[in-house]
Design a protein around this ligand. Structure first.
Ligand SMILES: NCCCNCCCCCS
Ligand SMILES: [Zn+2]
Length: 664
């Protein structure tokens, strides 16, 4: 299924008609440059174009009052003076004779997108709209917003499609207070927002935008605020919050639909956000949400005021929605001190509501009053930091790298008597291995692994790896008689020259991995049921689950809170996913894991499985081909020992792996 794109140039036909410093950045060009970038890059042709429509009165009244709607209805007939007068009652927003029409189109576009996704016409999609929506409230326009497009879409999805749980992710740099107010007592809508806050010194300067606004009454726990108390936040900060706050809760919530308040003023270069995250971060934020709700994701444009980073960020988002390989994120050096504090506060505030946050530790007690002093010291610390280290003025950043689709998506190396799963391309050609390598293989393993056809398997395996590294193939599946033996071989020989860094994810355990590099060419993360007395080097990380890999709650918690942050920091060129026989991993979890691992190494994942587990080749192939993984249904509370062990593991490793930091 495809990706919907909603855009209508009518929504460019309103603008600010008088002088107002607060509103001058909200210009029609925002939509024009975004759409033109999609056209120029060829991305718009790859999307399914869905027409915009006007939201009806009843749809708008799902969120707004009749009083407000009737008032806005009058604006098309107002004189310039009346419009100015009418505008005065609201904050940081302006009206125009055509803005009511455009606001109905913006909300209607969001509803068209929901229809397209919920009826299965498309898998996901994006609506390029203006005016934005997340600041508008029951009876008030605010922050360039007239109708709350995403809030209306959430209510509409529940009413028309019986959606039980909606996740709204607001990655715009402003707090969507309008969305928070709309759903704060509603446990069926989980609202997550990060936003520039600076201890309430940034617009809209609301006390209720802080991390301790967790929702009210039955909605307690279903409102998550992550305040940014400094500017200059980078990719590491955003990914840390996704891995350690949003994703654990999102998986536990298990939404039927994901709506994104896709504001791009959180990108570098934006005059509002003054952050330093690069446009390619949105490729990863989108990717990390795409395995939820069976892939049903609707992104609706909110803010974004730097026309260059806005256009690039929109393209990055759409390219991921289309399933293209992700760009590698370089030198993630972990969250800054202020970000760690914010994420620790958010985790702590929600510990009592979410079993996946149960082991969050409390932040050191500094009462609110001292915060502004602290932030002043932080400010000083930042200015002391070398000028070139901080984001330079004038905000220059590299164009996001091209994300080329390999000619072949998924290849397989199988014994001749095993049928190739649909969609995979069987690799039968293989270059002859150097005799030296063959003899090395032979004398290293006398087992069946490398008898006659074993060598053929190896030569095909090496050919496959070469093609992955050359980006001729995106990912692959290899079936072998003896997984452990082959893994050792691959790991030892792989790191020679083909790839710089290999992330080995070992699911289940058959025996000690007696081969661990210390030079960092291989990072092994092993998830299994047994604790390993193995000396732990920085590059061999055993995760022990009390009930083993069949415990999906413990497994996903380890993946989100440990494997993902590690993988982002390590930034491998190849991922080797090894399924040990008898691991017991549940199929949906296995598919989720394959989906999430696509975020690394441009999607170059090599899955190694034992021939006698060929029954799960079908689901493996489906995940490798990019089909959304099935949701992880009714996750139990993770075992306390596991949650505790994971927290201790992170604390012990965070000195070496900064992306594991969750405590300041
Ligand atoms: N320096 C201009 C102040 C603008 N304040 C309102 C911002 C609304 C953003 C909507 S995403
Ligand atoms: Zn914004």
């Amino acid at each position: 299924m495809g990706t919907a794109l909603l855009y209508d140039e009518e929504m460019t036909k309103y603008k600010l008609l008088w002088v107002d410093a607060a509103c001058k950045i909200e210009v029609p060009e925002r939509l024009i440059v975004s759409y033109e970038a999609l056209v120029r890059s060829g991305l718009s042709d790859r999307c399914i174009s869905i027409p915009a429509r006007e939201a009806s009165d009843s749809e708008i009244l799902l969120v707004h009052s009749e009083l407000y709607l009737e008032a806005v209805k009058k604006t098309p007939y107002m004189t310039l003076e009346d419009l100015k007068e009418f505008t005065l009652q609201f904050g940081d927003v302006y009206f125009h004779p055509n803005i009511y029409h455009c606001a109905k189109l913006a909300s209607g576009s969001a509803l068209q997108l929901v229809d397209s996704v919920m009826t299965g016409k498309v898998r996901n999609g994006i609506a390029l709209v203006r005016p934005p929506g997340h600041h508008s409230m029951h009876s008030a326009a605010n922050g360039f917003c007239v109708f709350n497009n995403v809030a209306i879409a959430a209510r509409y999805a529940k009413q028309k499609y019986g959606v039980k749980r909606v996740l709204i992710v607001d990655w715009d740099i402003h707090h969507g207070q309008g969305v928070q107010y709309c759903f704060e007592d509603d446990p069926s809508v989980l609202y997550f927002s990060w936003h520039r806050y600076e201890h309430q010194n940034f617009w809209p300067n609301l006390r209720e935008s802080d991390y301790d606004s967790v929702g009210k009454e039955s909605g307690a726990g279903f409102n998550i605020n992550v305040p940014w108390n400094n500017v200059g936040m980078e990719n590491s900060d955003y990914l840390s919050v996704f891995c350690h706050v949003l994703l654990p809760v999102a998986y536990e919530f298990c939404p039927d639909l994901v709506l994104v308040c896709a504001g791009f003023d959180s990108a570098i270069g934006d005059p509002e956000g003054e952050m330093c995250a690069t446009p390619d971060i949105f490729a990863h934020l989108t990717h990390l949400l795409m395995n939820l709700a069976g892939g049903k994701l609707c992104a609706v444009l909110e803010g974004g005021y730097n026309l260059t980073s806005l256009a690039q960020s929109v393209c990055q988002t759409v390219q991921t929605l289309l399933g293209d390989p992700l760009p590698q994120l370089a030198n993630l050096r972990g969250p800054c001190k202020s970000a760690v504090e914010s994420l620790q506060c958010a985790r702590s505030a929600h510990r009592r509501y979410w079993s996946f946050l149960k082991h969050a530790t409390d932040p050191p007690m500094t009462d609110i009053s001292t915060k502004h002093i602290k932030s002043a010291m932080e400010e000083e610390e930042k200015t002391e930091m070398a000028e070139e280290e901080r984001c330079t003025e004038g905000k220059v950043w590299p164009e996001p790298p091209e994300r080329l689709c390999p000619p072949v998506c998924s290849a397989s190396v199988l014994p001749d008597d095993v049928a190739c799963p649909d969609g995979l391309k069987r690799l039968s050609s293989s270059k002859d291995l150097e005799p030296l390598l063959v003899s090395k293989l032979k004398n290293r393993f006398r087992t069946a692994a490398v008898d006659g056809d074993g060598v053929t398997t190896f030569s095909r395996l090496y050919t496959l790896i070469e093609k992955l590294v050359a980006n001729e193939i995106r990912n692959g599946l290899v079936l072998v008689p003896d997984v452990a033996a082959v893994m050792m071989c691959v790991v030892q020989d792989l790191t020679s020259d083909l790839v710089k860094r290999v992330l080995v994810v070992c699911v289940g355990k058959e025996k000690e991995l007696d081969y661990v590099t210390t030079d960092g060419k291989v990072l092994v993360v092993q998830i299994s049921s047994e604790d390993s007395e193995e000396q732990r080097s920085k590059y061999y990380i055993p995760v022990c689950l009390k009930k083993g890999c069949s415990d999906t709650s413990g497994f996903i918690q380890a993946v989100l809170g440990l494997l993902l942050p590690l993988g982002y920091e390590y930034n491998p060129d190849l991922v080797l996913l090894v399924r040990m026989p008898g691991s017991g991993v549940v199929d949906s979890m296995w598919q989720q894991l394959i989906g999430l691992l696509q975020g690394f190494a441009k999607g170059h994942t090599l899955v190694l499985m034992q021939v006698n587990e060929k029954a799960c080749m079908g689901s493996t192939a489906s995940a490798l081909l990019g089909h959304p993984a099935p949701p992880l249904q009714d996750l139990q509370t993770p075992f306390p020992e596991d949650g505790d062990a994971l927290e201790r593991l992170r604390e012990r490793l965070q000195a070496d792996w900064k992306m594991l930091q969750t405590t300041s």
